[in-house]
Design a protein around this ligand. Sequence first.
Ligand code: NAD
Length: 356
Amino acid sequence: MNTSFTHPEFADHERVVFVNDKAAGLQAVIAVHNTQRGPAIGGCRMWPYENVDAALTDVLRLSRGMTYKNALAGINSGGGKSVIIGDPRTAKTPALFRAMGAAIESLGGRYIVAEDSGTSPTDMAVIAETTTHVAGLESDSSNGDPSPSTALGVFLSIREAVSFRLGRSDLLGVRVHVQGLGKVGFELAKLLVSNGAVVNASDINDDNCRRASDELSIRIVSNDELLTGNCDVFAPCALGGVLNEWSIPTLNTSVIAGAANNQLLTQEDDLRLANAGILYCPDYLVNAGGVIDVYHRRQGNSQENIDAGVTAIADRLNSVLTEAQSRGISPAQVAQERAEDLIRGPQNDPIPTVAA
Ligand code: NAD
């Protein structure tokens, strides 16, 4: 395992902390990528990684993505992420999450944790027993789950991209393939169906498939059929790396816009998509609704702030797509340039101090 500064996914991360608490059964990695715009905020993923290197690779990539996502979303937060190695269906205990909270507390506020794939607001409540640096908690105004805001941002982005690429002002009859029917994918499918889209979906979890098919009357298909079948929009809402040199030649879609982080396996896959004539909407631009939600709630801001932040995602996407078209470069390149400008500053708003 390459744990040094030469790790292929190392990108000038400020801190990478390995947590090994045998008594609590916790093995985790916390990565703080960049705090230039404020304390790093990002979810805690729990996943049965094959080994520590797979977990490290994931957390390094995810935390860097959070820096870009948070900058582009216009929130005063840096980028970070954490991963717990373990099966979320069987390995969760209060002791494990308390130990995770203690590790986050030891970073003194440089990293603020929230839920992610495999964790929930209930887990965040246990983490909050040992650290104050936690967002996405249940409150009077929210159940703590930011997934509906993420799904709304993705939905608005799909509408925008469909209008941009297909010249359609609505989604009636538009064929959308949703991969992953978890917290975000399910909510996204619901929004799409209620707006007249025709949704096919896949998930490796049979219970999630059954629930979606029963409650939303969508068609469940195999992952292969989902990836290769003819559609207007492909919405990856499972895990990362789904767009790669093997999958891209088989895709039969005009637009890609989904919630999953790190959808491109490599930078070259952006070019592959452009060459295939597929409009790729940068993942960290369209899936920012959740972090906008937890950021504003933690700041004590209103629902109006959250709604305005999530709605702005579609306008931002339109601006990025328009600039990309006029300059003849990809939307991902434009998004990256804009995010890097924002990370460098100067800031209009004061950067918040590291605080509870
Ligand atoms: P989730 O764990 O609730 O759902 C993921 C779903 O994908 C699960 O149902 C899982 O069974 C399924 N899945 C996993 N591998 C699959 C595969 N190969 N094929 C088909 N289905 C597969 O997670 P979520 O919160 O819905 O998040 C989904 C994605 O969006 C993740 O990549 C997450 O990092 C990203 N994301 C989530 C949020 C949020 O607010 N929850 C915000 C931003 C980004």
